[in-house]
Design a protein around this ligand. Structure first.
Ligand SMILES: [Ca+2]
Ligand SMILES: [Ca+2]
Length: 189
């Protein structure tokens, strides 16, 4: 504890500990990794009033070992980047790692999985979103017919209001009860 280098104010550290799954030590480590992405941009000590304005290009974040092999890396980055700017401040960065944490609840992961699968950002998953996601998830191992079949089955299983699209509520239901969905639409986030 005594050795921990101050990188954030004690209040910020306390606040981040309270609203994430991370310990203070882990938050400090994440801050150091954030700084490594842009040592010229990110100060060794972050004053409270700069936390939101110090931004690192999201592309650099996407090269991190935790992310670079994820088929949804671009979408993950875009979902967590600051207002879709393609830049991330430390809080965006922390949020992203928090959701990717193994301890993060299924509810939290479900919210983000939905956002990531919703490729056209209309807050609903239609068959185009699902085909696109499935193609990425299966790394093109399924042919077009197989993808169509799986997507059709997934929609059929999750559909409650007959609009042939999956709303967030339907998505939550499906994640909760369908092992198929969980196995197929598995997202390491
Ligand atoms: Ca959509
Ligand atoms: Ca529906």
């Amino acid at each position: 504890m005594g050795n921990r280098q101050a990188v954030l104010s004690p209040e910020k550290l306390e606040q981040y500990q309270d609203c994430t799954y991370f310990s203070k030590t882990e938050i400090v480590r994440l801050y150091q990794r954030f700084r490594e992405l842009g040592p010229d941009i990110v100060p060794s000590f972050m004053p409270n009033d700069c936390v939101e304005s110090v931004l690192v290009p999201a592309q650099l974040v996407g090269m991190m070992s935790e992310l670079k092999d994820n088929p949804f890396v671009e979408q993950i980055i875009s979902v967590f980047s600051d207002n879709g700017t393609g830049y991330m401040n430390f809080e965006n960065f922390l949020d992203m790692f928090n959701v990717m944490n193994d301890q993060a609840s299924v509810d939290l992961k479900t919210i983000y999985a939905f956002k990531i699968f919703d490729n056209d950002k209309d807050k609903s998953l239609n068959s185009t979103d699902l085909k696109w996601a499935l193609q990425k998830l299966t790394k093109n191992e399924l042919n077009r017919n197989e993808i169509e079949l799986v997507v059709e089955k997934v929609i059929e299983e999750s559909e409650m209001d007959d609009d042939w699209e999956i709303s967030f509520m339907e998505f939550e239901h499906v994640v909760a009860r369908s092992p198929d969905f969980k196995n197929t639409f598995r997202l390491r986030i």
